[in-house]
Write a protein that binds this ligand. Sequence first.
Ligand SMILES: Nc1ncnc2c1ncn2[C@@H]1O[C@H](COP(=O)(O)OP(=O)(O)OP(=O)(O)O)[C@@H](O)[C@H]1O
Ligand SMILES: [Mg+2]
Length: 241
Amino acid sequence: MIELTETGIDGLDEILNGGIVNNSTTLVSGNPGAGKSILGLQYIYNGVEQFGEKGIFLSFEENAEDLRQAAESIGLDNWAEYVENGDITIYDKQVLLRENDFSSSLELLLGELDDDNYERLVLDSLTMFKLFFETEREQRTYLLKFTDILAENNLTTLMTNEQGTVFPETDISLENFLTDGNIYLLQTPTDSGVNRYVWVAKMRKKNIDTDIFPMEISDGGITVHQNASAFSMMSEDESPI
Ligand SMILES: Nc1ncnc2c1ncn2[C@@H]1O[C@H](COP(=O)(O)OP(=O)(O)OP(=O)(O)O)[C@@H](O)[C@H]1O
Ligand SMILES: [Mg+2]
């Protein structure tokens, strides 16, 4: 029996057939503004609020104050309280980049994971994380080592990834293979704004619904709608970016 971690995001657990496989690492890819960080914030917040699970949010992109504002803007009203009482631990870019040597920051973090206190982790973003390694070989080696350590510590992880999706010619890179799950957030411009979609392309050990589903970002955060999109991936005038 495979154990699952629910995201608690409306509609997303349904298309994941219950949730994300425990102790796995899932890549959340999309263009800027696609909703990757918001998905991460909700995942960590819902863990505390709905499931009593503690979370770690690693942000290379924003500081703790930005994260709080982003969380509160989508109605995660108790964010600051959970950070204060230790249910959510943030390593923001100021902390992660404080040590001259990036690996000392990571040692610090890995020491914290060892406590076995946490169930959920978000790394925002893998794109930035990779910049700390000089060669592609180093990146890969470290990514593999890191995902192993996360799994050993029973963490179920989301890593965000700046990866545009031009379906069907999705640019598939190594991290898509090195991770257990791949979720894509897509946007298509329209006359009145943007249409948003979510596509779960893979989830190892798990039967998932691989259709593309419409989603929305509003004051309540992300909501995924269950009616599989009539959206044609081949259509000329509505191809996702
Ligand atoms: N309260 C809200 N109501 C509607 N849309 C919102 C709301 N808050 C944020 N958004 C939308 O969410 C988008 C930002 O999402 P998010 O920061 O998660 O993107 P991202 O994929 O992490 O982008 P980046 O790659 O730049 O970090 C904004 O562009 C905005 O359109
Ligand atoms: Mg972001």
